[in-house]
Design a protein around this ligand. Structure first.
Ligand SMILES: [Zn+2]
Length: 464
């Protein structure tokens, strides 16, 4: 028996090694530049972005600037900015002067003529343009989706988790650093369309000669880069207010004109989501930036304060119940799951994509907590047990560090079931809930590692 266990262990261990090796062989310097905190990234701390772009649907182009404000942590002369081909970084301006740029694939190294003063706040304006990569299978294989709605009007959206925000705009494309003071997103579109981005709409400018409108969206809180999004279409708006733990939360919904009546009924799940998740995880983490649900031409994504939705106004995941328990058809999977990410992904964010289970494990787990909140503990348990059928045990859940590689898709159902198992070990529901709420309080608006989460849970499970 003992020998069999050792044999099994060795087999599993070797299988993992081989899988890791196989992954390692395909890694390039571009992966390291994309996925590690290079010296050209480490010396400056992001403070603020102003992304100011014009989107041209007929040409399928984006042109504009990103003004990056940052603090100098350590005086260095070379800065890494990421922008993926075929988008082009045209120039970088500081103090009115164009700086030299050395291009190395998707990484661009900007050379300063003088050493900046340590501690000082600086700004650089990045000019860029091009035809961004078209999303092949959004949101998993992302980029920009250029669709038409049923009336033949443009219906456009960005999605770039994993791939990175640098697929459509120049930025520091590593998750460890977020702009501490938020972001302004200004998007110029044809006058008959509307852009919906993150945060709150503060102003709309109109250019009558050009027949365009520019929508200015302000985000107050730090935001992760794949969370930044544009959604352009013939939108109509309706809204609600949620009386939550931190006061009145503005809940705003943007849907295609002809889906308004359907959405008014169907989006009631958003309020039910807030009720359940504030109970389990604590206050919604972005009251200042509001909560939004925005219709998109793809399935959906956890864009911060601008959750995107394309599940066809039906319950389940495209009408299916991934848990086969029946409970998965009681709610709209995309509203619940993507909104759950506001706590785990947007509030608590992985530093390295290898730790993506922090986003997907907890959010998969949040689905059964939603079921439990509304239909009782046994219903929640049946749901989470049902998702076990989806576990493949193919490779480790943790991916490869410093090269922007996530682990197995098991991070969803296995992650959720691991947390459900730990709950049984803790065997004290109030203590368990206080750990979930404590995570969101103590790691509020932070980027974290697996070790930090493990250590926190281990300590709190014993001490509280
Ligand atoms: Zn997810």
């Amino acid at each position: 028996m003992k020998n069999r266990i050792v044999f099994l262990f060795v087999t599993v261990f070797l299988a993992h090694q081989i899988a890791a090796q196989r992954g390692a062989q395909q890694l390039t310097r571009q992966d390291t530049l994309r996925g590690s905190i290079t010296p050209e990234r480490a010396w400056w701390d992001l403070k603020y972005y102003h992304l100011d772009i014009e989107v041209n649907p007929s040409e399928q182009t984006i042109v504009g600037t990103n003004t990056v404000r940052y603090q100098v942590l350590d005086a260095q002369k070379r800065m890494q900015i990421d922008l993926q081909a075929p988008m082009q970084l045209v120039k970088a301006i500081q103090g009115g002067k164009a700086l030299k740029i050395e291009h190395e694939g998707n990484a661009h190294f900007i050379e300063f003529s003088e050493l900046p003063k340590k501690g000082s706040i600086q700004e650089i304006i990045l000019h860029f343009e091009g035809k961004p990569r078209v999303a092949a299978r959004p949101p998993w294989d992302g980029g920009i989706t250029w669709n038409k709605d049923e009336n033949g009007l443009p219906f456009i959206a960005s999605s770039c988790q994993g791939l990175g925000a640098s697929v459509w705009w120049p930025c520091k494309d590593h998750m460890y650093d977020e702009p501490d003071e938020g972001m302004m997103i200004s998007v110029e579109v044809p006058e008959n369309l509307m852009d919906v981005s993150n945060g709150r709409l503060v102003k709309v400018d109109e250019d009558k000669a050009k027949k365009t409108k520019t929508y200015h969206w302000k985000v107050i809180n730090p935001i992760n880069n794949y969370g930044v999004n544009i959604n352009i279409g013939d939108y109509v708006h309706f809204g609600d207010k949620y009386d939550g733990e931190k006061g009145k939360l503005d809940m705003d919904y943007y849907v295609l004109r002809y889906n308004l009546e359907k959405a008014k009924e169907h989006f009631k799940d958003a309020i039910r989501t807030m009720q359940a998740f504030e109970h389990w995880f604590g206050p919604y983490p972005f009251y200042e930036d509001s909560y939004k649900l925005v219709e998109t031409p793809y399935l959906g994504m956890e864009h911060q304060s601008s959750v995107t939705y394309g599940n066809g106004y039906q319950n389940g995941y495209l009408g299916r119940d991934g848990s086969s328990s029946g409970w998965g058809l009681k709610f709209d999977f995309i509203i619940i799951h993507e909104s759950g990410h506001e706590w785990f992904a947007n509030n608590i964010t992985y530093k390295d994509m290898a730790d993506m289970w922090i986003h997907e494990g907890f959010t998969n787990y949040s689905e059964n907590l939603y079921v439990e909140y509304h239909w009782g503990k046994e219903a929640g348990s049946a749901y989470v047990r049902g998702t076990r059928a989806g576990i493949r045990n193919d490779r480790p859940i943790i991916g490869i560090y410093d090269v922007n590689r996530s682990g197995s898709g098991d991070m969803y159902p296995k992650g959720g079931n691991m947390l459900h198992t730990i709950r049984q070990v803790v065997n004290d529901d109030e203590k368990w809930r206080s750990i979930l709420r404590g995570l969101n309080k103590d790691f509020y608006h932070q980027t974290v590692t697996t070790q930090q989460i493990e250590q926190y849970m281990s300590e709190k499970a014993v001490r509280i």
